[in-house]
Each structure stands twice: as C-alpha cells, then as structure tokens.
Design a protein around this ligand. Sequence first.
Ligand code: MG
Length: 387
Amino acid sequence: MKRLAVLGSTGSIGTQTLDVIESHPDDFTVELLTAYNNVDRLIAQAKKHRPDTVVIVNEDHYKILKDKLSGLPIKVYAGLSAVEQLIAMPGIDMVVAAMVGFSGLRPVIKAIESGKDIALANKETLVVAGGIINGLVMEHGVKIIPVDSEHSAILQCLTGESDNPVEKITLTASGGPFRNYSIDRLCNVRPEEALKHPNWAMGNKITIDSASMMNKGLEVIEAKWFFDIRPDQIEVIIHPQSIIHSFVHFSDGSIKAQLGLPDMRLPIIYALSYPNRMSTDLPRFDFRQFNKLTFEEVDTKKFRNLALAYKALEKGGNLPCAMNAANEIAVEAFLDERIGFMQMTGVIEKIMDGMKYIQNPGIEDLEETDRFSRIAAGEYIQKIVVK
Ligand code: MG
C-alpha cells in the first residue's frame, strides 16, 4: 500500500489522480490533500477519500472547510506554510505535485528533503530550478517520476536500456487548436477558442500554453533535467493525433516510441506504480479509429515561444525562471482579454531581454527573479494595453 499526498488535488491532474487511486483501493491510499482555492471540491474530495489531513492554501476558505468537515476524523489547516510542514509527515511515501506554476517549487523541495518520492506534474519546478532539484534528489536518494505524458513516454522507452547511448529524443506536440492558422488570424483569436484543445482535457493555464506552444517549450527544458541530455538532442514535431507520446532514438539507429490514447490517467498510474505496471480498465487504442498517424514540422516563425524556450535552455541560469514568470503573467492577461494571443510572445521576449542574468542562481535568486519578472511583465502589459 503506497501512501500518497496530492498537492493541487482539485485541478485537472489532481482529480484524475484521485480517480486512479479510487480504482486501485488495495494499492494506494490518500493521506494529504491540498488545494489553492477550490474549497467546495476539496470538501467533496475529503468526504469521499477520507485523507488524514487537508490544507486549503487560501486562508479565506479555512472556516468553511473546517465547518464542513467537522465531525470527520480529518485534520484541517490553511496556508502555504502548512503545506510545506505537512508534506514532511512521516506517513507519506510519495507526493503527487500537481499544483500549477512557480508556487509549486518550495513544497517540492520540502518533500524531497524529507525523503519522499515525487510524481511530478508541475512543470515549473524543473524548468525554473532543474539543477537544484536534481542535486537534492541525488543527495536525499529519492525518485522523481514524470507525470507529463511526453516525459512519461521517454521514461518508458528508456526503461530497461540502462546506459545504452541515446542519440536524441523527439517530443511530440498536438499543435493545439491553431496549428493551421495564419499569423494574422492568430492575432485575433479569443480566449474561448484557445481553451478548446482538440485532444486533451486540461486546466486553463496549460491549455493556453499548449495553443501557444509554450507548453512544449517548458517540456523541452524539463526533458533536459529529467534525462540529462543536451538541447541539440531534443527535437519537437507536431503529431496532431496525440497517439505517439514521444520517441527515443538510440545510437544504433533504432527508435522506440510509446503509444496510447491521450488520457492522462495512464501516465499518472505509471508514475504512481513505477517501475511496475498495473492493470487498468482505461479505454484501449484501436487502429481502426486511427488509421493515419501524421507528423509535421513546427513553424517557429508562427510559434516563437518554442524558439524562446530553446534560447532559455541554452543560456540557462535564471533565464528559464524569467521566461516562465513572464509567461504566467502573459497568459493571465490574455485570459482577461487585456492582450492578444500573439502579444504574449512579445511580453515574454521583452522580459527575457531586460532581465538581470545570473549564471548559477540559488533558490532566493530564483524567487527574486520570479518576483521581478512578474512585476516587469505586468508593467509592460499595462504600457502596451494603453497604446
Ligand atoms: Mg505534455
């Protein structure tokens, strides 16, 4: 029986993780659930899954959470510092890090330092602080397993290969809803169009990142830290059907790929049970429904975010941190209809060009870079909105 903490339990990955746990009651149990804001869903999850402890990060919701769970043997806390303390509880074997954004970094560090294995869905952790995280993982002898479908695919291809040399990896991208749009048309797309992803059901932030290709950019950076490979060994192609989740090319010319229907519950259960596989009753692939798997080159003139991410990866230091912060602010502004779809890239580029570069940042440097970049991005957006 593996005892789990699910951070960000009310989000898309969090709820699907609880689905997986529910369908394998003899293998997994939930000890800790944390959510940022969605108190109603957290209450429902707590009643159903009966964790030892729940935390709501936004302290305004503490009273209602406490009231609604009174009478149940569940401990209730509020605030980010409570998350960081509780994550170190002895009764937890693995932490599913499914919260969105930079704020996921501290809790993940805390979890590693207290010896927990991590199932990592929060991209920003490795994008921003991959070097620091990998150092801590080594020091504390824990496992960090990807939940993201592409990185899960690569891990599955590499499993059993020990040190066999890898020539390169290919990350697949669906291309999102706008893959065939012209630049002119992209300038005028609205948030509700961008939120309609053709293949995957995901949260708002990652759905916009998918449409703008920043999601793939973040994944390229993540891949470097997960698999210790150089930027020039990471290739991205568009694969609109989202059936092949990624490829690994070996030095003998052989290629391995992992396939499956686009359903996040599959990489989630692989991360929870790694290196074993569990039986599931998830829908099965049928080639009659997918008799054509196609591939296309990414147009980085149209989707410049991907080129920016490669630049951040190559330069390293705190540049990926600045890029990520600017992107989070740009996505918010786009969702609020303050800036257009194509303007998001302009915001990110502006912040990356103007930031103070630090080659070997510590955690405090990264927190500072994050804060400054957010402020700078907000101010720049204000300026372009007024015009
Ligand atoms: Mg992905």
